[in-house]
Design a protein around this ligand. Structure first.
Ligand SMILES: Cc1ncc(COP(=O)(O)O)c(C=O)c1O
Length: 452
């Protein structure tokens, strides 16, 4: 088979217009069982964009391809919300899971660990740029952020958190309190959340950096803040890359006020942004780093990695204060994570993502000469901010889906196409997408105007 046909590296092959009859039937059954919020959101998206938003239903995946229940083949540029760094069902990880499957699935957490957990903790500690790092494993990204925020309270004795507008850290209660992306995620639960969270503006350029740093400095100077929680590049917030001085400035202000710098690298880490850790590439040594998403190649596993100094706070209570859960450090997920890290390292995927992302962004800018469009990001986390707001962005994702391209919208206003393909995606697939996007944009005029 030629490139473009082999499943895993195939261009789209649409047999029936999506969603086909099987997707429609299965999607309706699912909607009747899931949280009603899923269907309610679909309905508001239909009203907002004037396009149908009935879902396709996935049946299988391989590499950068998804096959739906109607046998349509898509290219997956959402890749499990950016988590499928190696694409769907990567062989090397599948073999590691197979090997572990016959040995053990669940050990005994923080009481009796496993050899698989040991191997993973050793690998993760080596990612931290200073000796003596400690690792706390979790299942979800939100678990890792929770571990970091708990560590900050223990280490500093201060419960306050400085977070950023537009940032996303997960929706369980500790990270939810620091979710600056959308207040509707927080508002109904506000009375159950940490009240000591202050939001600073996330800097988008050198001009806004000063305002942002002033807000952080003012909050920290007020006292009571033990953590500054930051995404080195906003992910769900629309692939916003801050000016280079941002992280070093934050690190300095944290050191001045005795707060911990917590870098949430759940989106940016493990090569997605073109580096193993965007924070380290950005010139800082965070006190705590959160990893998740891609760590298990699709299996749920996450980690909070911290300096020996910050983590030592957990020893103070004679082990009576712990942070654990039944499935934390489960051997099956640990084996998958070790194989994932091996695969990323062996193919030097951070470098590959850096190079192919830079070329792709240039070609997107050249090809999409539409006024108001902004292509931004780093590595293979790429945002295309569109004129015409969320309604147009949603309509464009629908036209793309009809052509066989799976794309999500993001950004605080929902007007950004967020593109997170597997890191080893073939460049011709990215070029084909650029053409498809140009076509979809031409079909969807900015409301109140003609197509640009
Ligand atoms: C930067 C960041 N932090 C944390 C999370 C939460 O991860 P999870 O959904 O696995 O809880 C996400 C999820 O999108 C994220 O993008």
């Amino acid at each position: 088979m030629n490139l473009g046909e082999e499943l895993g590296r195939s261009l789209p092959r649409i047999r029936v217009p999506p969603p086909g009859p099987r997707s429609r039937e299965a999607g309706a059954r699912l909607a009747a069982l899931e949280s009603p919020s899923v269907d309610a959101r679909r309905e508001s998206r239909e009203n907002e964009s004037g396009e149908g938003h009935a879902p396709i239903v996935y049946a299988s995946g391989r590499g950068c391809n998804v096959v739906d229940v109607d046998d349509n083949v898509y290219v997956d540029l959402a890749a499990g919300f950016g988590a499928l760094l190696l694409g769907h069902v990567p062989e090397r990880v599948a073999s590691a899971i197979d090997a572990q499957r016959d040995r053990m699935w669940l050990a005994l957490g923080d009481v009796y660990g496993s050899d698989a957990k040991l191997a993973l903790c050793e690998r993760l500690a080596r990612l931290y740029p200073a000796p003596g790092a400690r690792v706390m494993l979790g299942s979800t990204g939100a678990d890792a952020v929770t571990a970091a925020l708990k560590t900050a309270v223990l280490a500093t004795g201060r419960a306050g958190v400085v977070a950023f507008d537009g940032a996303y850290h997960g929706l369980s209660y500790a990270p939810l309190a620091a979710c600056g992306l959308r207040s509707s995620f927080r508002d109904p639960f506000a009375e159950q959340l940490n009240p000591r969270v202050v939001f600073a503006p996330y800097p988008v350029d050198a001009a806004s950096l000063g305002r942002s740093m002033q807000a952080v400095d003012r909050a920290l100077a007020g006292g009571g803040f033990g953590a500054v929680l930051v995404e080195p590049i906003l992910g769900r917030g629309g692939c916003v890359v801050p000016p280079p001085a941002f992280l070093p400035d934050l690190s300095a202000v944290c050191a001045r006020h005795g707060a911990l710098l917590v870098c949430d690298e759940i989106w940016t880490g493990l090569g997605r942004s073109g580096a193993w850790l965007a924070s380290v590439a950005g010139g800082v040594v965070p006190d705590l780093v959160c990893l998740g998403k891609g760590l298990g190649a699709g299996l749920p596993i996450s980690a909070c990695i911290g300096s020996a100094r910050a983590m030592s706070a957990w020893a103070r209570h004679g082990g009576t204060t712990i942070h654990t859960a039944t499935h934390f450090g489960a051997p099956l997920a640990c084996a998958a994570a070790v194989a994932t890290l091996d695969a990323i390292e062996q193919a030097d995927l951070p470098a590959r993502a850096r190079e192919s992302g830079a070329l792709w962004m240039t070609s997107l800018r050249d090809r999409l000469g539409e006024p108001g469009i902004e292509v931004r990001g780093r590595g293979l986390m790429v945002g295309v901010a569109l004129a015409g707001g969320a309604p147009r962005a949603l309509a464009v994702t629908r036209r793309l889906l009809e052509r066989g391209w799976i794309v999500l919208t993001g950004g605080a206003r929902g007007d950004v196409l967020t593109l997170t393909p597997p890191l080893d995606v073939d460049p011709p697939i990215l070029s084909a997408f650029t053409e498809a996007l140009a076509g979809a944009l031409a079909e969807i005029p900015i409301r109140g105007g003609s197509p640009p």
